[in-house]
Write a protein that binds this ligand. Structure first.
Ligand code: G3P
Ligand code: MG
Length: 344
């Protein structure tokens, strides 16, 4: 067979790569866009040897606002249209829990004021409370914080001793760790009835389900040194709970690198591929580009994706990551160039 024909057949057989981009430490740092990000997305949007759009989604352990709001902000920051369907954040996966808890009182932790109540409501939950509501109901719950006028205006207090909480979702990073740990212990130890009698965990008939959405101990903001993430809040809560009861509280952990989050992301990416290339698109290699070996690389490797580690975020160049990537590069532009070259 003539080499040119073989190359042509190979080209037809080898589909272009698909990408999953982490955000903090890869595309942005705090409010600042990493310069390589725009050049990388320009290649994905068509400026590449395949002369076509390369499918991609964004997968972050961040959150705190609706997918619509954040994708609109990223569109403005990155200069390319990011559809809400291309954007998965730490708590997006909680949409899969609505059927189970739609009409049950749930407690949502994290985010600013009332923001996450709105997000949870948009997901479909109907009875959503936060720790400021609990403090508005009874200031004695935590006497070291007085609600300011903005906090008070955002509260929906109820009688929490008569309103048993069924589940607690830690959507995003809590702002008042002390208040949130106190209320979390109250809810769990009293089987959901804050202020009610404590019931030993092993004697509880319907223990409260606790779901954390982001395991990151550290993340890269625009501060020169890594910042504590939601994983640090979880460690603080479990430390207090173990001091109180002798054991940590059983919980569900989603977010990167959990299998549930990567399975969820794979479905979203395949929908994006079908949107761009139609229902019978050839299979292709998926490249995850991340800055945190513990979340991005670990999860991608476990999902049998290609993993590319960048040096613009949490990972310190020159160190040996516990989870080894397929490839290590300086930044996201180099990552996309390497993946494209590898698939040509
Ligand atoms: O809170 C966000 C931080 O935990 C990491 O975000 O985009 O690097 O997954 P990201
Ligand atoms: Mg990151």
């Amino acid at each position: 067979m003539r080499p040119s024909l073989r190359r042509c057949i190979q080209q037809i057989q080898r589909a272009p790569p698909a990408f999953v981009f982490d955000i903090d430490g890869v595309l942005i740092r705090g409010p600042t866009v990493i310069p390589a990000a725009r050049r990388a997305l320009a290649m994905c949007e068509g400026d590449n040897p395949f002369n076509r759009k390369l499918p991609y989604i964004l997968l972050t352990n961040g959150g705190g606002v609706s997918e619509q709001q954040r994708s609109a902000k990223l569109t403005q920051q990155l200069g390319f249209k990011i559809e809400p369907e291309q954007y998965i954040q730490a708590h997006t996966i909680l949409k899969t829990r609505v059927q189970q808890y739609r009409d049950a009182p749930v407690l949502v932790l994290g985010g600013k004021l009332d923001g996450l109540r709105q997000v949870a409501h948009e997901y479909g939950f109907k009875k959503i409370f936060n720790t400021l509501d609990v403090l508005a109901w009874n200031p004695a719950v935590w006497p070291f914080h007085q609600l300011n006028s903005a906090e008070k205006a955002a509260t929906h207090p109820t009688n929490f001793t008569q309103t048993p909480i069924s589940a607690v979702f830690v959507y995003h990073d809590p702002r008042n760790w002390a208040l949130d740990i106190q209320v979390l212990c109250d809810v769990i130890l009293s089987e959901g009835r804050i202020g009610g009698p404590h019931v030993p965990i092993d004697q509880q008939k319907s223990p409260v389900e606790l779901i954390f959405c982001n395991p990151d101990l550290l993340w890269k903001s625009d501060f020169p040194v890594n910042r504590l993430g939601q994983g640090a809040f979880k460690a603080a809560f479990q430390g207090v709970f173990k001091a109180l009861t002798g054991a940590e509280y059983p919980h569900v952990q989603v977010g990167k690198p959990s299998e549930a989050t990567y399975e969820f992301a794979a479905k979203v990416l395949h929908q994006r591929i079908e949107q761009l290339d139609g229902p019978h698109a050839p299979s292709r290699r998926i490249y995850m580009v991340g800055d945190n070996p513990e979340s991005d690389i670990a999860g991608a490797n476990a999902a049998h994706w290609e993993s590319i580690l960048v040096r613009t975020g949490v990972f310190e160049a020159g160190t040996t990551p516990r989870h080894r990537p397929t490839h290590e590069v300086e930044d996201v532009e180099e990552a996309v160039q390497w993946a494209i070259h590898r698939e040509l």
